[in-house]
Write a protein that binds this ligand. Sequence first.
Ligand code: ZN
Length: 116
Amino acid sequence: MVVETVTPIVGEPLRFHVRSRTEPGLKYLVDLESYNRNGECGCQHFEFRLRPVLAEHRHPTPSDRTRCWHILKARGWLLDRMLEKLSEHLATVGAPIQGVRRLPFADNRAKSEKLL
Ligand SMILES: [Zn+2]
């Protein structure tokens, strides 16, 4: 049986259950919309170290520095699925969206090297 690290919550697209890395069977509720879309989690690391930092600001700036492992996992899970949908959409639309071009990987690499 495959045990998923991230489980979406039906009817709540921005909330997830994320398994603990250290305690088998324990999972934390993660809400990606909280704190100006920084996200919040029920783990002790978030509660005691990260939430106090975020609570100092009325409109906190979202940052990976104020995200625990569980929030990062939920964001990664969601981004993987969003990229899949976006990629499928771009393939069916045919014409590129204004301002969006898809370069072959080799071209991207050449472009990156010019910046050095
Ligand atoms: Zn957490």
